[in-house]
Design a binder for this molecule. Structure first.
Ligand code: IPM
Ligand code: MG
Length: 360
């Protein structure tokens, strides 16, 4: 049966990296008769410029109709002065996540052995690193109400947000995390701030309750400040980590750096209907946009995740991951993962090398 894939390049380097990921998708589609139908739509700042809002209705319709979405990145200084709700991040990306109910965010931090030198930690601390961060993506303080900036009686302005989690939301993401742990090393660390925040006291309680259904998984708990420290002290102690929206945002950036570059990390966001949105963990990087130097591998690896998790095509997923490993073996590096003795390549040269490796 034909599967619909919607490409949303977005802004900044999103456009450049998507062009390379598209080549990989098209090649795999043809070579392995995957029966994928590719479509493209606008989101983010580019959608604001040409259609007046960050998530045009037509784009949202296409999202709902797609089996899987591949997103580049959104945002840039040009749109930073718009009201928060209209900006590419909130009006585009967060709106898709919310409208589609993409609550389950998987962010692997996997170190390719070829990149051990690019990590900010000593090679022995990160050798064979393989962590999976499971981040709740449609709740918590990102979406909690009430929120806003109000004027107090004394005339001073006050900003406020609300950290909320319902039991059902915690249970839903907890199940995803336990199931992922079952497929891996069977160790799950739940990250909270239960020494201060009531919402995360409930989080911890619900995780404890769930653990009874997964006796083969070893559940532990860690406060988020300690988790941040442990990630940069001894990251290999972790297998799967599960946490709320904001903590997951922060910890996944930290974990990314352990692997050499955030330019290497893909992610998946899933809903209860089996649809998924796949995107690199990095942003639109306006500072390097248009220069052809961005690393397209996170987006290409996101295509692999898409094949594995939404399309149920594990073999092509593996081929893409192996092709990425091959180009790294060849010594090809974009600037973000470059180290001495390697060959520095552009975005499109890296994409072409992956395509060449897949064509063999
Ligand atoms: C991410 C990003 C987004 C987030 C931004 C762009 C809104 O940092 O996907 O991690 O905070 O979720
Ligand atoms: Mg982030």
């Amino acid at each position: 049966m034909t599967k619909k894939i919607l490409l949303l390049p977005g802004d900044g380097i999103g456009v450049e990296i998507m062009a390379e990921a598209r080549k990989v998708l098209e090649l795999m589609n043809e070579k392995h008769s995957l029966d994928l139908e590719l479509d493209e739509a606008l989101v983010g700042g580019s959608a604001i410029d040409s259609a007046g809002k960050a998530l045009p209705d037509i784009t949202l319709e296409k999202c709902h109709a797609a089996n899987a979405i591949l997103l580049g990145a959104v945002g840039g200084p040009k749109w930073d002065n718009l009201p928060p709700a209209d900006r590419p991040e909130k009006g585009g990306l967060l709106k898709i996540r919310k409208e589609m109910g993409l609550f389950g965010n998987l962010r692997p931090a996997l170190l390719y052995k070829q990149l051990a030198d690019a990590s900010s930690l000593k090679p022995e601390l990160v050798a064979d690193l393989d962590i999976l961060i499971v981040r709740e993506l449609t709740g918590g303080i990102y979406f909690g109400e009430p929120r806003g900036i109000r004027v107090l009686e004394n005339g001073e302005r006050q900003g406020y947000n609300t950290y909320v989690y319902a039991e059902s939301e915690i249970r839903r993401i907890g199940k995803v995390a336990f199931e992922m742990a079952q497929r891996r090393d069977k160790r799950l660390c739940s990250v909270d701030k239960a020494n201060v925040l009531e919402a995360t006291m409930l989080w911890r309680e619900v995780m404890e309750g769930l653990a009874k259904d997964y006796p083969d998984v070893e559940l532990s708990h860690m406060y988020v400040d300690n988790a941040a420290m442990q990630l940069i002290r001894a990251p290999k102690q972790f297998d799967v980590m599960v946490t709320g929206n904001m903590f997951g945002d922060i910890l996944s950036d930290a974990a990314a750096m352990l692997t050499g570059s955030i330019g290497m990390l893909p992610s998946a966001s899933m809903n209860e209907k089996g649809q998924g949105m796949y995107e690199p963990c990095h942003g639109s990087a306006p500072d390097i946009a248009g220069q052809g130097i961005a690393n397209p591998l996170a987006t290409i690896l996101s295509v692999a995740m898409m094949m594995r998790y939404t399309l149920n095509m594990p073999e092509p997923a593996l081929l893409i991951e192996e092709a990425v490993s091959t180009v790294l073996d060849q010594g090809l590096r974009t600037g973000d993962i470059y180290s001495e003795g390697c060959t520095k390549v552009s975005t499109s040269e890296m994409g072409a090398a992956v395509v060449a490796a897949l064509s063999l």
